[in-house]
Design a protein around this ligand. Structure first.
Ligand code: FAD
Length: 464
Protein backbone atom coordinates (compact mmCIF):
# COMPACT_ATOMS: atom_id res chain seq x y z
CA UNK A 1 0.00 0.00 0.00
CA UNK A 2 2.89 2.36 -0.71
CA UNK A 3 0.72 4.74 -2.72
CA UNK A 4 -1.89 4.85 0.02
CA UNK A 5 0.75 6.15 2.41
CA UNK A 6 1.20 9.12 0.08
CA UNK A 7 -2.22 10.22 1.25
CA UNK A 8 -1.28 9.78 4.89
CA UNK A 9 -0.90 13.45 5.69
CA UNK A 10 -3.68 14.67 3.44
CA UNK A 11 -6.86 16.39 4.50
CA UNK A 12 -9.72 14.65 2.73
CA UNK A 13 -13.18 16.20 2.92
CA UNK A 14 -16.35 14.26 2.13
CA UNK A 15 -19.68 16.03 1.64
CA UNK A 16 -22.56 13.70 2.57
CA UNK A 17 -22.57 10.98 5.19
CA UNK A 18 -24.69 8.18 3.79
CA UNK A 19 -23.99 5.15 1.58
CA UNK A 20 -21.40 6.63 -0.78
CA UNK A 21 -19.80 9.08 1.65
CA UNK A 22 -19.40 6.68 4.55
CA UNK A 23 -18.21 3.82 2.32
CA UNK A 24 -15.51 6.13 1.03
CA UNK A 25 -14.64 7.35 4.53
CA UNK A 26 -14.30 3.80 5.86
CA UNK A 27 -12.07 2.78 2.98
CA UNK A 28 -9.88 5.86 3.37
CA UNK A 29 -9.54 5.32 7.11
CA UNK A 30 -8.46 1.77 6.43
CA UNK A 31 -5.91 2.39 3.70
CA UNK A 32 -4.63 5.84 4.66
CA UNK A 33 -4.80 5.71 8.44
CA UNK A 34 -2.77 8.89 8.87
CA UNK A 35 -4.99 10.95 6.57
CA UNK A 36 -7.43 13.41 8.10
CA UNK A 37 -10.87 12.29 6.88
CA UNK A 38 -13.68 14.74 7.63
CA UNK A 39 -17.31 14.06 6.71
CA UNK A 40 -19.79 16.93 6.68
CA UNK A 41 -23.42 15.81 6.95
CA UNK A 42 -26.19 18.39 7.15
CA UNK A 43 -28.71 16.04 8.80
CA UNK A 44 -28.34 14.70 12.34
CA UNK A 45 -27.77 11.07 11.28
CA UNK A 46 -25.22 9.27 9.16
CA UNK A 47 -25.18 5.92 7.46
CA UNK A 48 -28.90 5.10 7.74
CA UNK A 49 -30.77 2.43 5.84
CA UNK A 50 -33.26 4.45 3.78
CA UNK A 51 -34.24 1.23 2.01
CA UNK A 52 -35.59 -0.19 5.28
CA UNK A 53 -37.66 2.87 6.17
CA UNK A 54 -40.96 1.72 4.60
CA UNK A 55 -40.97 -1.37 6.82
CA UNK A 56 -41.06 0.70 9.97
CA UNK A 57 -44.44 2.05 8.83
CA UNK A 58 -46.10 -1.38 8.84
CA UNK A 59 -44.40 -2.40 12.09
CA UNK A 60 -42.16 -5.03 10.50
CA UNK A 61 -39.19 -3.07 11.84
CA UNK A 62 -40.62 -1.86 15.15
CA UNK A 63 -37.61 0.18 16.27
CA UNK A 64 -36.65 2.81 13.68
CA UNK A 65 -33.30 3.38 15.34
CA UNK A 66 -32.16 -0.05 14.08
CA UNK A 67 -32.09 1.61 10.64
CA UNK A 68 -29.17 3.72 11.82
CA UNK A 69 -26.57 1.29 10.64
CA UNK A 70 -23.50 2.72 12.34
CA UNK A 71 -23.35 5.47 14.95
CA UNK A 72 -21.01 8.49 14.46
CA UNK A 73 -18.98 7.36 17.50
CA UNK A 74 -18.13 4.11 15.72
CA UNK A 75 -16.76 6.12 12.83
CA UNK A 76 -14.82 8.27 15.29
CA UNK A 77 -13.27 5.08 16.69
CA UNK A 78 -12.10 4.30 13.16
CA UNK A 79 -10.47 7.73 12.92
CA UNK A 80 -13.20 9.40 10.83
CA UNK A 81 -14.24 12.88 11.89
CA UNK A 82 -18.00 13.06 11.30
CA UNK A 83 -19.59 16.50 11.69
CA UNK A 84 -23.37 16.16 11.93
CA UNK A 85 -25.58 19.18 11.34
CA UNK A 86 -22.88 20.73 9.13
CA UNK A 87 -23.87 21.79 5.66
CA UNK A 88 -21.33 22.56 2.98
CA UNK A 89 -22.78 25.64 1.29
CA UNK A 90 -20.09 26.28 -1.34
CA UNK A 91 -16.92 24.74 -2.71
CA UNK A 92 -13.95 26.42 -4.36
CA UNK A 93 -11.87 23.80 -6.17
CA UNK A 94 -9.27 26.30 -7.39
CA UNK A 95 -8.50 27.32 -3.79
CA UNK A 96 -9.10 23.85 -2.28
CA UNK A 97 -11.69 25.18 0.15
CA UNK A 98 -15.22 24.34 1.28
CA UNK A 99 -17.52 26.79 3.03
CA UNK A 100 -19.25 25.02 5.93
CA UNK A 101 -22.30 26.14 7.92
CA UNK A 102 -22.69 24.56 11.33
CA UNK A 103 -22.71 25.25 15.07
CA UNK A 104 -24.22 28.65 14.31
CA UNK A 105 -21.29 29.84 12.20
CA UNK A 106 -19.96 29.73 8.67
CA UNK A 107 -16.28 29.12 8.00
CA UNK A 108 -13.96 28.11 5.17
CA UNK A 109 -12.07 24.83 5.55
CA UNK A 110 -9.13 23.60 3.47
CA UNK A 111 -8.95 20.27 1.72
CA UNK A 112 -6.39 18.41 -0.35
CA UNK A 113 -8.99 16.11 -1.89
CA UNK A 114 -12.76 16.45 -1.97
CA UNK A 115 -15.49 13.85 -2.49
CA UNK A 116 -19.00 14.98 -3.33
CA UNK A 117 -21.38 12.31 -2.02
CA UNK A 118 -24.41 14.55 -1.77
CA UNK A 119 -26.92 11.96 -3.02
CA UNK A 120 -30.30 12.80 -4.44
CA UNK A 121 -33.34 14.68 -3.25
CA UNK A 122 -37.00 13.83 -3.60
CA UNK A 123 -38.86 15.83 -6.22
CA UNK A 124 -41.81 17.90 -5.02
CA UNK A 125 -43.51 19.22 -8.17
CA UNK A 126 -44.82 22.77 -8.18
CA UNK A 127 -48.41 21.72 -7.43
CA UNK A 128 -50.87 24.10 -5.80
CA UNK A 129 -51.32 22.89 -2.20
CA UNK A 130 -47.95 21.18 -1.93
CA UNK A 131 -46.99 23.20 1.18
CA UNK A 132 -49.88 21.84 3.26
CA UNK A 133 -48.61 20.26 6.46
CA UNK A 134 -50.08 16.85 5.64
CA UNK A 135 -48.19 16.54 2.35
CA UNK A 136 -45.09 14.39 2.86
CA UNK A 137 -41.94 13.33 1.06
CA UNK A 138 -40.17 10.09 1.89
CA UNK A 139 -36.44 10.28 1.34
CA UNK A 140 -34.57 11.31 4.48
CA UNK A 141 -34.57 9.73 7.90
CA UNK A 142 -36.26 12.93 9.16
CA UNK A 143 -39.10 12.27 6.67
CA UNK A 144 -39.72 8.93 8.36
CA UNK A 145 -39.79 10.55 11.80
CA UNK A 146 -42.20 13.26 10.61
CA UNK A 147 -44.52 10.84 8.86
CA UNK A 148 -44.55 8.36 11.76
CA UNK A 149 -45.39 11.14 14.22
CA UNK A 150 -48.21 12.32 11.96
CA UNK A 151 -49.65 8.81 11.56
CA UNK A 152 -49.64 8.28 15.32
CA UNK A 153 -51.03 11.70 16.17
CA UNK A 154 -53.67 12.26 13.46
CA UNK A 155 -54.61 8.64 12.77
CA UNK A 156 -55.57 9.27 9.10
CA UNK A 157 -57.79 6.70 7.40
CA UNK A 158 -57.15 7.47 3.72
CA UNK A 159 -53.86 8.39 2.11
CA UNK A 160 -52.98 9.11 -1.47
CA UNK A 161 -49.55 8.17 -2.74
CA UNK A 162 -48.49 10.14 -5.81
CA UNK A 163 -46.03 8.18 -7.96
CA UNK A 164 -46.02 4.54 -8.99
CA UNK A 165 -42.28 3.92 -8.84
CA UNK A 166 -40.77 1.47 -6.38
CA UNK A 167 -41.01 3.83 -3.39
CA UNK A 168 -44.67 4.66 -4.11
CA UNK A 169 -45.45 0.96 -4.41
CA UNK A 170 -43.64 0.09 -1.17
CA UNK A 171 -45.53 2.89 0.59
CA UNK A 172 -48.87 1.69 -0.80
CA UNK A 173 -48.01 -1.79 0.51
CA UNK A 174 -46.97 -0.81 4.05
CA UNK A 175 -49.68 1.82 4.59
CA UNK A 176 -52.35 -0.68 3.53
CA UNK A 177 -50.87 -3.22 5.93
CA UNK A 178 -51.09 -0.52 8.59
CA UNK A 179 -54.85 -0.38 7.99
CA UNK A 180 -55.15 2.70 5.80
CA UNK A 181 -57.15 2.96 2.58
CA UNK A 182 -54.58 3.86 -0.07
CA UNK A 183 -54.96 5.39 -3.51
CA UNK A 184 -51.89 5.23 -5.74
CA UNK A 185 -51.79 7.73 -8.62
CA UNK A 186 -49.32 7.36 -11.49
CA UNK A 187 -49.15 9.62 -14.54
CA UNK A 188 -47.81 6.90 -16.86
CA UNK A 189 -50.14 4.19 -18.17
CA UNK A 190 -48.28 1.54 -16.13
CA UNK A 191 -46.45 1.18 -12.81
CA UNK A 192 -42.64 1.53 -12.64
CA UNK A 193 -42.39 2.73 -16.25
CA UNK A 194 -38.62 3.20 -16.15
CA UNK A 195 -37.93 -0.25 -14.71
CA UNK A 196 -40.54 -2.68 -15.98
CA UNK A 197 -42.08 -3.68 -19.26
CA UNK A 198 -45.85 -4.03 -19.44
CA UNK A 199 -46.18 -7.70 -18.36
CA UNK A 200 -44.39 -7.34 -15.03
CA UNK A 201 -46.00 -3.96 -14.37
CA UNK A 202 -49.46 -5.46 -14.90
CA UNK A 203 -48.79 -8.23 -12.37
CA UNK A 204 -47.62 -5.68 -9.80
CA UNK A 205 -50.76 -3.63 -10.46
CA UNK A 206 -53.00 -6.70 -10.04
CA UNK A 207 -51.30 -7.54 -6.74
CA UNK A 208 -51.90 -4.02 -5.43
CA UNK A 209 -55.55 -4.05 -6.53
CA UNK A 210 -56.16 -7.51 -5.06
CA UNK A 211 -54.97 -6.18 -1.70
CA UNK A 212 -57.31 -3.20 -1.80
CA UNK A 213 -55.10 -0.43 -3.17
CA UNK A 214 -56.95 1.86 -5.56
CA UNK A 215 -54.54 2.14 -8.46
CA UNK A 216 -55.09 5.09 -10.80
CA UNK A 217 -52.85 4.93 -13.87
CA UNK A 218 -52.50 7.52 -16.62
CA UNK A 219 -53.65 10.30 -14.26
CA UNK A 220 -51.55 13.40 -13.84
CA UNK A 221 -51.91 15.12 -10.48
CA UNK A 222 -52.68 18.81 -11.03
CA UNK A 223 -53.40 20.03 -7.50
CA UNK A 224 -53.52 19.10 -3.86
CA UNK A 225 -56.84 20.54 -2.82
CA UNK A 226 -56.58 22.19 0.60
CA UNK A 227 -58.95 23.50 3.24
CA UNK A 228 -57.70 25.40 6.27
CA UNK A 229 -54.09 24.70 5.25
CA UNK A 230 -54.53 20.93 5.04
CA UNK A 231 -54.58 18.69 2.00
CA UNK A 232 -58.09 17.22 1.63
CA UNK A 233 -58.02 15.73 -1.85
CA UNK A 234 -55.83 15.15 -4.85
CA UNK A 235 -57.08 16.58 -8.13
CA UNK A 236 -55.94 14.78 -11.25
CA UNK A 237 -56.61 15.04 -14.96
CA UNK A 238 -59.42 12.53 -14.33
CA UNK A 239 -61.13 13.69 -11.16
CA UNK A 240 -60.77 14.62 -7.53
CA UNK A 241 -59.99 11.97 -4.92
CA UNK A 242 -60.58 12.72 -1.25
CA UNK A 243 -57.92 11.76 1.30
CA UNK A 244 -56.59 12.66 4.74
CA UNK A 245 -52.96 13.04 3.66
CA UNK A 246 -50.68 12.81 0.63
CA UNK A 247 -47.23 11.32 0.10
CA UNK A 248 -45.38 12.45 -2.99
CA UNK A 249 -42.96 9.87 -4.37
CA UNK A 250 -42.46 10.95 -7.96
CA UNK A 251 -38.75 10.33 -8.12
CA UNK A 252 -35.45 11.92 -7.21
CA UNK A 253 -33.01 14.33 -8.79
CA UNK A 254 -29.26 14.33 -8.20
CA UNK A 255 -28.13 16.85 -5.56
CA UNK A 256 -25.70 18.88 -7.62
CA UNK A 257 -26.02 22.52 -6.54
CA UNK A 258 -22.54 22.64 -4.96
CA UNK A 259 -20.97 21.23 -8.11
CA UNK A 260 -22.82 23.38 -10.62
CA UNK A 261 -22.25 26.59 -8.63
CA UNK A 262 -18.53 25.78 -8.69
CA UNK A 263 -18.64 25.27 -12.47
CA UNK A 264 -18.20 21.47 -12.33
CA UNK A 265 -19.68 19.76 -15.38
CA UNK A 266 -22.89 17.75 -15.15
CA UNK A 267 -24.14 15.07 -17.52
CA UNK A 268 -26.47 16.57 -20.13
CA UNK A 269 -29.01 13.74 -19.99
CA UNK A 270 -29.45 13.13 -16.26
CA UNK A 271 -28.12 16.31 -14.68
CA UNK A 272 -25.89 14.19 -12.39
CA UNK A 273 -22.28 15.21 -11.78
CA UNK A 274 -20.25 14.06 -14.77
CA UNK A 275 -17.45 11.71 -13.72
CA UNK A 276 -14.85 9.71 -15.60
CA UNK A 277 -14.14 6.02 -15.10
CA UNK A 278 -12.31 6.85 -11.83
CA UNK A 279 -15.23 8.97 -10.56
CA UNK A 280 -13.13 12.09 -11.02
CA UNK A 281 -15.00 15.28 -11.93
CA UNK A 282 -13.61 17.88 -14.29
CA UNK A 283 -12.34 19.94 -11.32
CA UNK A 284 -8.84 19.20 -10.05
CA UNK A 285 -8.90 17.25 -6.77
CA UNK A 286 -12.69 16.65 -6.77
CA UNK A 287 -14.40 13.27 -7.08
CA UNK A 288 -18.13 12.39 -6.97
CA UNK A 289 -19.88 9.14 -6.05
CA UNK A 290 -23.33 7.71 -5.39
CA UNK A 291 -26.72 9.12 -6.30
CA UNK A 292 -25.27 12.54 -7.21
CA UNK A 293 -22.93 11.17 -9.89
CA UNK A 294 -22.87 9.33 -13.18
CA UNK A 295 -21.52 5.82 -13.55
CA UNK A 296 -20.97 3.38 -16.41
CA UNK A 297 -23.86 1.24 -17.61
CA UNK A 298 -22.43 -2.22 -18.18
CA UNK A 299 -24.92 -3.02 -20.97
CA UNK A 300 -24.74 0.18 -23.01
CA UNK A 301 -21.18 1.12 -22.09
CA UNK A 302 -22.45 4.71 -21.72
CA UNK A 303 -22.26 6.97 -18.68
CA UNK A 304 -25.57 6.62 -16.85
CA UNK A 305 -27.36 7.76 -13.71
CA UNK A 306 -28.97 4.96 -11.71
CA UNK A 307 -29.59 6.04 -8.11
CA UNK A 308 -29.57 2.79 -6.13
CA UNK A 309 -27.96 1.63 -2.91
CA UNK A 310 -25.45 -1.04 -3.98
CA UNK A 311 -23.95 1.20 -6.67
CA UNK A 312 -23.62 4.08 -4.19
CA UNK A 313 -21.73 1.86 -1.74
CA UNK A 314 -19.41 0.50 -4.42
CA UNK A 315 -18.76 3.89 -5.95
CA UNK A 316 -17.88 5.33 -2.53
CA UNK A 317 -15.30 2.60 -2.13
CA UNK A 318 -13.94 3.02 -5.63
CA UNK A 319 -13.74 6.81 -5.28
CA UNK A 320 -11.67 6.33 -2.12
CA UNK A 321 -9.27 4.06 -4.01
CA UNK A 322 -9.02 6.60 -6.81
CA UNK A 323 -8.33 9.37 -4.31
CA UNK A 324 -5.52 7.29 -2.87
CA UNK A 325 -4.00 6.90 -6.30
CA UNK A 326 -4.83 3.20 -6.43
CA UNK A 327 -6.24 1.66 -9.59
CA UNK A 328 -9.95 2.37 -9.15
CA UNK A 329 -12.06 -0.63 -9.96
CA UNK A 330 -15.32 1.15 -10.64
CA UNK A 331 -17.77 -1.61 -11.43
CA UNK A 332 -20.43 -0.76 -13.98
CA UNK A 333 -24.08 -0.98 -13.09
CA UNK A 334 -26.94 -2.77 -14.77
CA UNK A 335 -29.66 -1.20 -12.61
CA UNK A 336 -30.68 -4.35 -10.77
CA UNK A 337 -33.61 -3.63 -8.49
CA UNK A 338 -36.01 -5.61 -6.35
CA UNK A 339 -39.34 -4.58 -4.89
CA UNK A 340 -41.86 -6.31 -2.64
CA UNK A 341 -45.50 -5.74 -3.62
CA UNK A 342 -47.36 -7.40 -0.73
CA UNK A 343 -46.66 -11.10 -1.41
CA UNK A 344 -45.39 -10.56 -4.94
CA UNK A 345 -41.65 -10.22 -5.53
CA UNK A 346 -40.63 -8.11 -8.52
CA UNK A 347 -37.10 -7.94 -9.91
CA UNK A 348 -35.61 -6.15 -12.87
CA UNK A 349 -32.14 -5.70 -14.31
CA UNK A 350 -30.60 -4.25 -17.44
CA UNK A 351 -32.69 -2.57 -20.12
CA UNK A 352 -36.43 -2.81 -20.62
CA UNK A 353 -37.54 -3.40 -24.21
CA UNK A 354 -38.41 0.28 -24.58
CA UNK A 355 -35.05 1.41 -23.20
CA UNK A 356 -33.23 -1.06 -25.46
CA UNK A 357 -34.96 0.43 -28.51
CA UNK A 358 -34.20 3.98 -27.46
CA UNK A 359 -30.55 3.01 -26.91
CA UNK A 360 -30.43 1.92 -30.54
CA UNK A 361 -30.63 -1.87 -30.10
CA UNK A 362 -32.78 -3.99 -32.37
CA UNK A 363 -34.63 -5.39 -29.37
CA UNK A 364 -36.42 -8.72 -29.27
CA UNK A 365 -38.40 -9.65 -26.20
CA UNK A 366 -40.19 -12.65 -24.78
CA UNK A 367 -42.40 -13.25 -21.75
CA UNK A 368 -43.18 -16.69 -20.31
CA UNK A 369 -45.01 -17.90 -17.23
CA UNK A 370 -43.77 -21.04 -15.51
CA UNK A 371 -43.69 -22.11 -11.85
CA UNK A 372 -41.20 -21.06 -9.19
CA UNK A 373 -40.73 -24.71 -8.05
CA UNK A 374 -41.60 -28.10 -9.54
CA UNK A 375 -45.25 -27.79 -10.54
CA UNK A 376 -46.27 -30.75 -8.34
CA UNK A 377 -44.52 -29.42 -5.21
CA UNK A 378 -46.75 -27.82 -2.51
CA UNK A 379 -47.28 -24.07 -2.95
CA UNK A 380 -45.70 -23.99 -6.40
CA UNK A 381 -46.78 -20.64 -7.81
CA UNK A 382 -46.59 -18.90 -11.17
CA UNK A 383 -43.48 -16.94 -11.95
CA UNK A 384 -43.28 -14.72 -15.02
CA UNK A 385 -40.05 -13.90 -16.81
CA UNK A 386 -39.47 -11.27 -19.48
CA UNK A 387 -36.14 -11.28 -21.31
CA UNK A 388 -34.84 -8.67 -23.73
CA UNK A 389 -32.06 -9.33 -26.27
CA UNK A 390 -30.42 -7.67 -29.24
CA UNK A 391 -31.35 -9.31 -32.56
CA UNK A 392 -28.10 -8.33 -34.22
CA UNK A 393 -25.63 -9.67 -31.64
CA UNK A 394 -27.95 -12.12 -29.84
CA UNK A 395 -26.74 -10.49 -26.63
CA UNK A 396 -28.94 -10.47 -23.55
CA UNK A 397 -29.89 -6.88 -22.62
CA UNK A 398 -32.20 -7.18 -19.65
CA UNK A 399 -34.87 -9.09 -17.81
CA UNK A 400 -37.72 -8.83 -15.33
CA UNK A 401 -39.25 -11.42 -13.05
CA UNK A 402 -42.34 -11.57 -10.87
CA UNK A 403 -43.25 -14.42 -8.56
CA UNK A 404 -43.91 -15.54 -5.00
CA UNK A 405 -40.44 -16.94 -4.27
CA UNK A 406 -36.97 -16.96 -5.77
CA UNK A 407 -37.20 -13.68 -7.65
CA UNK A 408 -34.10 -12.07 -6.12
CA UNK A 409 -31.89 -15.06 -6.97
CA UNK A 410 -33.17 -15.31 -10.53
CA UNK A 411 -32.84 -11.55 -11.09
CA UNK A 412 -29.26 -11.76 -9.89
CA UNK A 413 -28.56 -14.58 -12.36
CA UNK A 414 -29.68 -12.31 -15.19
CA UNK A 415 -27.61 -9.45 -13.76
CA UNK A 416 -24.54 -11.71 -13.71
CA UNK A 417 -25.18 -12.71 -17.32
CA UNK A 418 -25.45 -9.04 -18.28
CA UNK A 419 -22.17 -8.20 -16.56
CA UNK A 420 -20.41 -10.97 -18.42
CA UNK A 421 -21.95 -9.95 -21.76
CA UNK A 422 -23.59 -13.33 -22.38
CA UNK A 423 -25.62 -13.97 -25.48
CA UNK A 424 -28.94 -15.79 -25.23
CA UNK A 425 -27.46 -19.14 -26.22
CA UNK A 426 -24.85 -18.98 -23.46
CA UNK A 427 -27.58 -17.95 -21.06
CA UNK A 428 -29.76 -20.94 -21.90
CA UNK A 429 -26.73 -23.18 -21.34
CA UNK A 430 -26.30 -22.12 -17.72
CA UNK A 431 -26.25 -25.03 -15.31
CA UNK A 432 -28.86 -23.72 -12.87
CA UNK A 433 -29.81 -25.73 -9.81
CA UNK A 434 -32.82 -27.99 -9.64
CA UNK A 435 -34.70 -29.55 -6.74
CA UNK A 436 -38.50 -29.59 -6.51
CA UNK A 437 -38.77 -27.28 -3.44
CA UNK A 438 -36.68 -24.57 -5.17
CA UNK A 439 -37.01 -24.80 -8.96
CA UNK A 440 -38.41 -26.91 -11.78
CA UNK A 441 -35.96 -29.00 -13.80
CA UNK A 442 -36.18 -26.34 -16.51
CA UNK A 443 -35.76 -23.19 -14.49
CA UNK A 444 -38.13 -20.39 -15.62
CA UNK A 445 -35.05 -18.43 -16.73
CA UNK A 446 -34.08 -21.23 -19.10
CA UNK A 447 -37.63 -21.60 -20.39
CA UNK A 448 -37.62 -17.87 -21.17
CA UNK A 449 -34.14 -18.07 -22.70
CA UNK A 450 -35.13 -20.95 -24.97
CA UNK A 451 -38.23 -19.15 -26.13
CA UNK A 452 -36.22 -16.02 -26.83
CA UNK A 453 -33.76 -18.10 -28.82
CA UNK A 454 -36.66 -19.36 -30.97
CA UNK A 455 -37.72 -15.76 -31.57
CA UNK A 456 -34.19 -14.77 -32.56
CA UNK A 457 -33.77 -17.86 -34.77
CA UNK A 458 -37.06 -17.16 -36.52
CA UNK A 459 -35.47 -14.04 -37.98
CA UNK A 460 -32.37 -15.83 -39.33
CA UNK A 461 -31.67 -18.65 -41.81
CA UNK A 462 -29.42 -20.63 -39.47
CA UNK A 463 -30.16 -21.53 -35.86
CA UNK A 464 -27.90 -19.55 -33.52
P1 FAD B 1 -27.87 9.74 -0.03
O1 FAD B 1 -28.35 8.54 0.68
O2 FAD B 1 -28.89 10.67 -0.61
O3 FAD B 1 -26.94 10.57 0.97
C1 FAD B 1 -26.43 11.83 0.66
C2 FAD B 1 -26.19 12.57 1.96
O4 FAD B 1 -25.56 13.81 1.66
C3 FAD B 1 -27.47 12.91 2.69
O5 FAD B 1 -27.42 12.39 3.99
C4 FAD B 1 -27.53 14.44 2.66
O6 FAD B 1 -28.10 14.98 3.84
C5 FAD B 1 -26.06 14.79 2.55
N1 FAD B 1 -25.82 16.10 1.93
C6 FAD B 1 -26.26 16.52 0.71
N2 FAD B 1 -25.80 17.76 0.47
C7 FAD B 1 -25.06 18.13 1.53
C8 FAD B 1 -24.32 19.31 1.87
N3 FAD B 1 -24.27 20.35 1.03
N4 FAD B 1 -23.67 19.35 3.04
C9 FAD B 1 -23.71 18.29 3.91
N5 FAD B 1 -24.40 17.15 3.64
C10 FAD B 1 -25.06 17.08 2.47
N6 FAD B 1 -31.89 1.47 -3.18
C11 FAD B 1 -31.78 0.16 -3.46
O7 FAD B 1 -30.82 -0.23 -4.14
N7 FAD B 1 -32.68 -0.76 -3.00
C12 FAD B 1 -33.75 -0.38 -2.23
O8 FAD B 1 -34.55 -1.22 -1.80
C13 FAD B 1 -33.91 0.99 -1.95
N8 FAD B 1 -34.96 1.39 -1.23
C14 FAD B 1 -35.08 2.72 -0.91
C15 FAD B 1 -36.17 3.12 -0.16
C16 FAD B 1 -36.32 4.45 0.16
C17 FAD B 1 -37.52 4.88 0.97
C18 FAD B 1 -35.36 5.41 -0.24
C19 FAD B 1 -35.50 6.85 0.13
C20 FAD B 1 -34.27 5.02 -1.00
C21 FAD B 1 -34.12 3.67 -1.35
N9 FAD B 1 -33.05 3.23 -2.13
C22 FAD B 1 -32.93 1.91 -2.44
C23 FAD B 1 -32.06 4.18 -2.68
C24 FAD B 1 -30.82 4.25 -1.81
O9 FAD B 1 -31.21 4.56 -0.50
C25 FAD B 1 -29.89 5.32 -2.36
O10 FAD B 1 -29.49 4.92 -3.65
C26 FAD B 1 -28.65 5.52 -1.50
O11 FAD B 1 -29.01 5.97 -0.22
C27 FAD B 1 -27.72 6.56 -2.14
O12 FAD B 1 -26.67 6.84 -1.28
P2 FAD B 1 -25.84 8.20 -1.42
O13 FAD B 1 -24.85 8.19 -0.30
O14 FAD B 1 -25.34 8.36 -2.79
O15 FAD B 1 -26.90 9.38 -1.22
Amino acid sequence: MARALMAAMERIVIVGGDAAGMSAASRLARWAPGARVIVYEREDVVSYAACGMPYHLDGRIPDASTLLVRAPEKFADAGIDVRLGHEVVAIDPSAGKVLVRGDGAERAEDYDKLLLATGARAVLPALPGRDADNVFLFRRYADLTTLTAYLERDRPRRMTVVGGGYIGIELADVLTQRGLAVTLVEAAPQLMPTTLDAAAAKLAEEELRSRGVEVRLGEQVTEIVTAAGRGRAVRTTHGQWECDAVIVGVGVRPETALATEAGIAVDGRSGAIATDISLRTDAEGVWAAGDCATTTHAVTGQRAWIPLGPAANKQGRSAADAMLGLPARVPGVVGTSLVKVFDLEVGSTGLTAEQALSEGFDAATTTITSTDRAHYYPNAAPTTVTLVADRKSNRLLGGQITGRTGVAGRTNVIATALHSGMDVEQFTGLDLGYAPPFAPVWDPLLVAGNQLLHTLNASTEEPR
